[in-house]
Design a protein around this ligand. Sequence first.
Ligand code: NAP
Ligand code: G4F
Length: 337
Amino acid sequence: MGKTALITGVTGQDGSYLAELLLSKGYTVHGLVRRSSSFNTERVDHIYQDPQTANRSFVLHHADLSDGVALVNLLRDIRPDEVYNLGAQSHVRVSFDAPLYTGDVTGLGALRLLEAIRASGVDTRIYQASSSEMFGSTPPPQNEQTPFHPRSPYGAAKVFAYWTTVNYREAYDMFAVNGILFNHESPRRGETFVTRKITRAVARIKAGLQDHLYLGNLDAVRDWGYAPEYVDVMWRMLQQDEPTDYVVATGVAATVREFVESSFSHAGLDWTEHVRYDAKYERPSEVDALIGDASKAHDLLGWKPSVLVAELAQIMVDADIRQVEDQLAGATVRIDR
Ligand code: NAP
Ligand code: G4F
């Protein structure tokens, strides 16, 4: 019998890659989908299985991280071997506009899930999607010993979820781990995160569909990796003998400006002719620099990233160019596989 996993946030960037990975390993994968007035499953449509399919290995359930009772019922029904809590209001800038909602879903949502595991009595392992955003203004390089100083409601909510996960491990002997992941991107990245906003604009400018791209702070430094490689390390964390927390990063730093330059030049464009500043995209408090030290993940999990920032920009630009070409050709637009 293969293992069973439950993924919250299965419709997101990471959830979709993780679902593919677990299916390829023979898991039965259950995904939590929140109710929306229009379809919100585009990233997992290619692995969707009709409810009429016999012995489905990929099953979606309507629930929400704000609904603790639904989480208990879901866990009782599914009895997963592994739970991956990837669901969150994950946009840092938006968390300043919706701080209470972000605290409820991104912070308390993790606690609801941990309590639901206890209440359901299911013996399972849980991965919590923690974030480098928790380090906030603490200077790089950041590792598992670096103190947190969050700079946004999102970062503060993730710190709450992090410590709650540690507490459930210590108090209830749960196999609960935090993956403290630095920024990771892909052609499936949400369109309002800076990398995808840039690569999508490059493709549209090249096709003559827009002239300008408006951005905020170009000086911020980030450690950008490739999302499919980051979901692999989530799975590795739950296969260990002992639960512990890990930083996951490339260790390579780049500014937003450098990501802009790489992306535009890959498409043969001069970024200075197209990029404009709009203060609207600044944050009330910024995280200036995140650069991770993932030595522990390298040593204990044997994990090493292979795609670094310059190649990442090229992968994303190429995928967005293909998507725009498909759109212009009137083809059914499918997100990059
Ligand atoms: P994402 O693309 O924004 O996906 C977030 C997922 O959470 C989506 O499936 C979303 O559903 C779901 N969600 C939102 N509100 C929910 C609610 N109330 N109840 C249940 N589900 C809800 O994020 P991602 O980039 O894949 O990141 C995955 C996780 O890792 C997140 O927790 C994020 O905070 C964390 N993280 C990400 C990074 C990164 O660089 N990507 C780095 C560190 C940590 P919809 O599709 O319906 O919106
Ligand atoms: O792409 P971003 O919005 O990502 P941010 O804030 O680093 O958060 C992402 O990574 C975290 C891990 O560290 C995750 F936990 C979180 O869920 C999310 O995935 O912004 C990156 C940088 C920021 O410094 C921002 O100020 O880009 C800067 N930026 C400049 N102009 C912009 C823009 N960001 C966005 N989204 N849009 C702009 O126009």
